[in-house]
Design a protein around this ligand. Sequence first.
Ligand code: FAD
Length: 406
Amino acid sequence: MAGPPNSVIVVGAGPVGLCLALALAQREVTVTLVEQLSDENFLDQVPRAGSNHPATLELFDQIGLYDKLEPRGIVAPKFHYWDRQEGKLIAEFDHALLKDDTRFPFVLQCERIKIIEEALKLAKAHPLIDVRMATTLNSIEQNTDGVRAHVTNADDEAEVLAGRYIVSAEGARSIVRKDIGVEFEGFTYPERTLNIEVAYDFRQHGYTERNYISDPVEYSNLFHWKGPPDRWRIHFPTDPNEDETALTRPEAMQARLKRFLPLDRDFDIKGCNLYAVHQRVAKQFRAGRAILAGDAAHVNSPIGGMGLNSGVHDAFNLADKLARILHNQADEQELDRYERQRRYIAVKHTQAQTIRNKRLLEERDPTVRQRNHDELRRSAENPELARKFLLRTSLIESLREAEQIP
Ligand SMILES: Cc1cc2nc3c(=O)[nH]c(=O)nc-3n(C[C@H](O)[C@H](O)[C@H](O)COP(=O)(O)OP(=O)(O)OC[C@H]3O[C@@H](n4cnc5c(N)ncnc54)[C@H](O)[C@@H]3O)c2cc1C
């Protein structure tokens, strides 16, 4: 059952599975990477995540991915908090304050779709990675020596793949997580988020590349993405009782956009999507030789852009440990450390912060709102407080803290 002596099966060629495969291969580990989508439809996915924080850029750089992404993204050193009620900027934070903490004192706005396109090319070119596109994992079994993954391959045939370990980077609907009977603890918000992408330059109204906009009625996030043509994505919370067709009617979206920014003509809408927001963490990140990473292990609201980032951090943490185990430099207890470190970060940092971020933007109590805004202003105006704030939002603090967990 063991397969090649140091092989790992990675399920899912999302950002987490691809980074894990590349980081393992860099550490001389053979990888079979299984992806259900084919070469033909791999890029037909919603662009999704895209704010890549400094700590993540350092990791992309380790596997040669950063240089591929920078030309396709937007370097965004600053981000803003706005008060929509007053139409005023509350605070501006500048990553330049992190110049002594990271080689990348900025966020790179580069969508998931571009990340996986570039990372897949690197994976296909690597001699230690066997990329199996159009191959779907159906179930797994394991014993003390290894794992077997039952898949349906590109020829639509049942096939069994063998390896020493299997990592589920399959995203939130992980089959491995269900197969090993691990609960996905947490909750789902009743309202869904509507994303509308428009070709319109919001910088002419004072916005920067990344903006969090607080409003007791309809908070928003506004982000800039590289084109051509450049697009700006605005997120709005929606009424749980309204159906998707009504919410995404062009006239309804135009009205929503014009409430946000009155314009004497229609916005040039380039796309939209509606999605449910979950806050969940798997009760365990590992059962024997089956390990969870990325969205398979934890999902959160996208406010703050932490899902993809923290998933990529899982991937590099795990790659180090798996490689040392497979090269007989560490024992399997290292995998328990992976779980202790990354589950702690998922609960105490990612979940806590994304829940806080949403509360901050939607706060209804005027006194609490005022207090929150004053605090943001105070932090932004004091370089020491601002650096502390940025260390947290850029996920540098969470990586440093994870390292301290034995
Ligand atoms: C609208 C939106 C905006 C977001 N914005 C941000 C942001 O700004 N910053 C951020 O950090 N996060 C953001 N996120 C979250 C982010 O997209 C996810 O956290 C991230 O994509 C998770 O990566 P992953 O590799 O774990 O899983 P996924 O990206 O979901 O990839 C899973 C892969 O596994 C494949 N797969 C699934 N099942 C199987 C199977 N059985 N067999 C074989 N292959 C399989 C899938 O086809 C897919 O390719 C956003 C999410 C959404 C929805």
